[in-house]
Design a protein around this ligand. Structure first.
Ligand SMILES: NC(=O)C1=CN([C@@H]2O[C@H](COP(=O)(O)OP(=O)(O)OC[C@H]3O[C@@H](n4cnc5c(N)ncnc54)[C@H](OP(=O)(O)O)[C@@H]3O)[C@@H](O)[C@H]2O)C=CC1
Ligand SMILES: CC(C)(CO)C(=O)C(=O)O
Length: 312
């Protein structure tokens, strides 16, 4: 079991609190960099994970929790779990966590986080990552894991299989997370982005859960065609996505429970601040830059903008 790493986790929300607790439970020295509202509950009671699938929950204590990166100091690895739109601000305040070899693993949906980490702390520190979990914060210090096996794919942006990526992957695996090191994390990130921006975007547009959008031939083909737009764009930035990836992601759409909705879709419909800018907004801007037509994502982006809680 990997116990020698010092891992910093930035953000104590649905994703951060879950992985911090899982790593701490397995014996890793975990330090949480969190916003103020999480400090007292986690310092006093640790993190509690409840489960929605009938399996036992658990509690774990992290080594420290602080709002100040300077109180934590340099870590072997950092796992970044804020929302995609918060990455630059979070990393700019986290420079003290970064030593010469520190790898920063982003778990945000979308494809913008690694570049923003690189801009903030330097390209040698930025990994790529894909996170598969359904979890949400119930209250500071208590996270609900809906069910299923949490999984992470991570990798160096240049595709090399580095000792630091392998070591982090082993620590996550020892914490019960299905983890793999990828030699093409850029394609992996775009594959999930294609899924989430398309089924979530169409779900938001139709205000329907996946069971309805996948069953109707018109909305099903809308999801498929919006995936095709992303696959075409991905090809312009070095990611390799084809029809087989669309089939694979449609199989994932078919495997979701019928009442499932994407997190962006839920945030939009509830009028909360959402990741629309980072997801469909990113697709629109990149498509303009690369002269790729993305009419479905353009429509989703413009139609949904009014619902975004952070919209002007
Ligand atoms: N939840 C899920 O099941 C999945 C989520 N994802 C992705 O993971 C990312 C995180 O999602 P999720 O955990 O649900 O979101 P949450 O909003 O639950 O958690 C984000 C956390 O980051 C904190 N935060 C923001 N800025 C900072 C900062 N500067 N320093 C420290 N902490 C900060 C927030 O603080 P505060 O509490 O004060 O707002 C919040 O607790 C998103 O990109 C999402 O798309 C991917 C797969 C599944
Ligand atoms: C849980 C999952 C994979 C699909 O809904 C997701 O990443 C999201 O909703 O943001």
């Amino acid at each position: 079991m990997e116990t020698s790493m010092k891992i910093g986790v930035i953000g104590a929300g649905g994703v951060g609190a879950y992985f911090a607790a899982a790593l701490a439970r397995s014996g890793v020295e975990v330090h949480l960099l969190a916003t103020e509202r999480h400090i007292a509950p986690i310092a006093e009671h640790g993190i509690t994970v409840t489960k929605g699938d009938g399996t036992p929950g658990f509690s774990a204590r992290v080594a420290s929790v602080s709002t100040k990166a300077e109180e934590i100091g340099a870590c072997d690895a950092v796992i970044l779990t804020c929302k995609a739109g918060q990455v630059t601000e979070a990393m700019d305040a986290a420079h003290a966590l970064i030593g010469p070899e520190t790898a920063v693993l982003p778990l945000q949906n979308g494809v913008t986080a690694s570049g923003r980490i690189a801009d903030s702390v330097g390209p040698s520190h930025a990994l790529g990552g894909v996170c598969v979990i359904i979890s949400y914060l119930q209250e500071p210090g208590t996270v609900h894991h809906v069910g299923g096996q949490p999984a992470i794919i991570l990798g160096e942006i240049d595709g090399s299989i580095s000792p630091r990526a392998t070591q982090l992957s082993e620590a996550l695996a020892a914490a019960g997370v299905s983890t793999s090191v990828s030699s093409d994390i850029v394609t992996d990130m775009w594959r999930k982005f294609m899924l989430i921006s398309s089924y979530g975007g169409v779900g938001a547009l139709c205000r329907e859960p996946v069971g309805r959008t996948r069953a109707n031939p018109l909305t099903r083909s809308l999801v498929e065609d919006s995936m095709r737009e992303v696959a075409l764009l991905a090809g312009k930035v070095g990611a390799k996505l084809g029809e087989q990836d669309i089939d694979q992601m449609m199989a994932q759409v078919d495997a979701f429970a019928p009442d499932s909705t994407a997190s962006m879709q839920r945030d939009l419909i509830a009028g909360r601040s959402s990741e629309l800018e980072e997801q469909n907004g990113t697709i629109v801007r990149m498509a303009e830059h690369h002269a790729v037509a993305v009419p479905i994502h353009h429509t989703i982006y413009r139609a949904m903008a009014l619902l975004d809680g952070s919209a002007m």
